[in-house]
Design a protein around this ligand. Structure first.
Ligand code: DQA
Length: 160
């Protein structure tokens, strides 16, 4: 099976899509498995690359615990990527700066949360990112990332 991380040679590959995971998601698998499940970040990133590849896309997967690093990745995507799938994690509920970065780059954005944030503590009910996202998927667990990439592929196809 071809490695979905490596675009096959000889085939024109459109710009990658950015899959950005925020703080503490590096601990997936260990972290509150009753809320977030037992899949690791590496497993989720593999799912993302495979789903992207099934739609002729290449997923550039990154994770950071630092707000500024996430913002820099979003800025970089402005010229290097065709769209963004983002789980802003805790910064969803706090970061106007991340929201502003996503608004500035004018790329299609799909926001993902593993858990259903609306069924949890009240402070998680509001996400600053949702207002600038084209689509929000929450509560579908790991599968939410596959849904997000499938939907992003559809948006890109429609905008072509
Ligand atoms: C999360 C939900 C957030 O409230 C939380 O801070 C996270 C993960 C999710 O994927 O369900 O870190 O974004």
């Amino acid at each position: 099976m071809p490695n979905p991380q490596v675009p096959p040679t000889g085939v024109p590959v459109p710009g990658p899509v950015l899959v950005l995971n925020g703080p503490n998601l590096n601990l997936l698998g260990l972290r509150e498995p009753e809320v977030y499940g037992t899949d690791t970040l590496a497993g989720i990133e593999l799912l993302c690359r495979r789903t992207a590849a099934a739609h002729g896309l290449y997923a550039d997967c990154r994770q950071s615990n630092h707000e500024g690093v996430l913002i820099d990745a979003v800025h970089e995507a402005r010229t290097g990527h065709r769209g963004i799938v983002i789980n802003p994690a805790g910064y969803s509920h706090t970061s106007v700066a991340l929201r502003d970065a996503l608004a500035a780059v004018e790329l299609p954005v799909v926001e993902v949360h593993l858990s259903n944030i609306h069924r949890r503590e009240e402070f998680r009910h509001h996400s600053f990112v949702s207002a600038v996202a084209d689509t929000v998927i929450c509560g579908a667990g790991t599968h939410g990332y596959a849904l997000a990439l499938t939907h992003l592929a559809r948006i890109l196809e429609e905008n072509r």
